[in-house]
Ligand binder design. Structure first.
Ligand code: SF4
Length: 425
């Protein structure tokens, strides 16, 4: 039976959890307050470079995907999905979209943030998925709000110079569009400052997730899922960089004091998919009971990197911020071809000392899941690391069965044990 309740409560009790809650609360309150005072409101897809909006004095942004993830983690994902489904949206559509559409259709009712303020402009991109463009088009039609679509070329190899120029040209168009619609002037120095803050935040977040290299790991991937939120909703703020610096310091300190989330860690696993937002506490607790830890995830490891690399390259000090932002448009996993995904996963396997892979097939997110069977075969054959495939939707708890998932996870742990026993012979 579907079981859905607030899955973040335990994780938010730590000092860093409380600081995170404060940042996110401030951000959602701010966006509502500023919108009510007349700010120009933009709704964006997660990869859209929000640092550009910081170049304006009175432009605020909201991120429907993050709002949907928060709703799922807070236990209202299914409720919002059902509202969208009752209006005819298929259960096969991404659950983020259904949650957000359900929230919009009920005027923010049941949302942990009272929904999002109505936008003056929608900005989507097609580098994560084309579904997102269609999803934002619903609001475009419903509310007659302009929709700006960034067209980012898919990457089968490292980004080409021509692609970078093409993206920069679109950023310039986006800036002009906002100037025209809002009547405000863009200040590039403000955008540069925001980008420096974002760059520092990503660097410190990388320090935090690298605490997984230690044996036993200093973190679980579930901590990294919860902590990634401000990198999406609060980018550009100096407080976010400071939060991640403190978080990395605190985590390193806990390692020095031999405090580990899974002290008897026997199995170090890597998760390939979006976070299972409705299972954060349950899944991490049950895994810990098996001395297993999902220590890393492709979903969070890619932050701050570029296509095919999980290493931090995003450092921005000076130079054209538009170019720098264009260069990192393909940091997330979805727009990579197979070769780049394999390269990144192989690096992660050796960097974190991974014993087994958990591929989480997600019918909501076709782009993440579509290559997983081939990738799984490749990982097993080339790296010799055991893996399993489980079914789990990131935000719709109805498309997850805990017992069948754990049956496979336990089989994975047994095959890791069998491999270790063979190696001793
Ligand atoms: S389909 Fe996947 S990439 Fe697209 S919005 Fe949904 S979760 Fe994001």
């Amino acid at each position: 039976m579907a079981d859905e309740k607030d899955d973040t409560r335990e994780l938010m009790k730590t000092a860093s959890g409380k600081r995170l809650t404060q940042i996110l609360t401030e951000d959602y309150l701010n966006v509502h307050r500023k919108a009510s005072e007349g700010a120009f409101v933009v709704w964006v897809a997660i990869v859209v470079p929000v640092e550009l909006f910081k170049g304006f004095d009175n432009v605020v942004f909201a991120v429907p995907e993050s709002h949907a993830a928060l709703s799922a983690a807070k236990g209202v994902g299914m409720l919002q999905c059902e509202k969208a489904e009752h209006s005819g949206y298929s259960m096969d559509i991404c659950s983020y979209a259904r949650i957000d559409i359900g929230t919009m259709m009920s005027g923010g009712k049941d949302s942990p943030t009272f929904g999002l303020p109505r936008p003056h402009l929608l900005v989507s991109d097609n580098n994560n998925c084309s579904l997102l463009v269609k999803w934002f088009d619903i609001y475009h039609r419903e509310w007659d709000v302009p929709h700006f679509i960034l067209d980012v070329p898919f990457c089968y190899e490292m980004q080409k110079e021509t692609d970078l120029r093409y993206i920069v040209t679109q950023f310039k168009d986006l800036i002009k569009t906002i100037e025209t619609l809002s009547g405000q002037k863009f200040n590039i120095d403000q955008a540069k400052e925001a980008l420096k803050n974002s760059s520092e935040a990503a660097k410190q977040y990388k320090r935090f997730i690298d605490c997984a290299v230690h044996r036993p790991s200093g973190i679980t991937a579930f901590d990294s899922f919860v902590q990634m939120a401000p990198l999406l909703t609060s980018r550009g703020r100096p407080e976010v960089a400071e939060h991640f610096r403190l978080l990395a310091d605190e985590t390193e300190e806990r390692i020095k004091n031999s405090q580990f989330p899974v002290p008897n860690e026997k199995y170090r696993l890597l998760w390939d998919s979006i976070a299972p937002w409705h299972q954060l506490r349950k899944m991490s607790t049950r895994l810990a009971g098996l001395d297993a830890n999902i220590i890393a995830a492709s979903y969070t490891s890619c932050l701050g990197g570029i296509e095919g690399s999980y290493e931090f390259i995003q450092e921005y000090r000076e130079g054209d911020p538009l170019e720098s932002l264009a260069r990192i448009q393909n940091f997330s996993v979805c727009p990579y071809g197979m070769d780049l995904r394999f390269k990144a996963m192989s690096w992660a396997a050796s960097h974190y000392g991974i014993d087994g892979f958990v591929f989480a097939s997600n019918r909501s997110c076709k782009v993440y899941s579509v290559m997983q069977m081939d990738l799984q075969k490749w990982i097993t054959e080339d790296l010799g690391i055991p893996s399993i495939m489980i079914d789990v939707d990131h935000a719709d708890v109805r498309k997850y069965n805990e017992e069948s998932a754990f049956l496979r996870i336990e089989a994975l742990l047994e095959s890791i044990d069998a491999g270790r026993a063979r190696a001793k012979i």
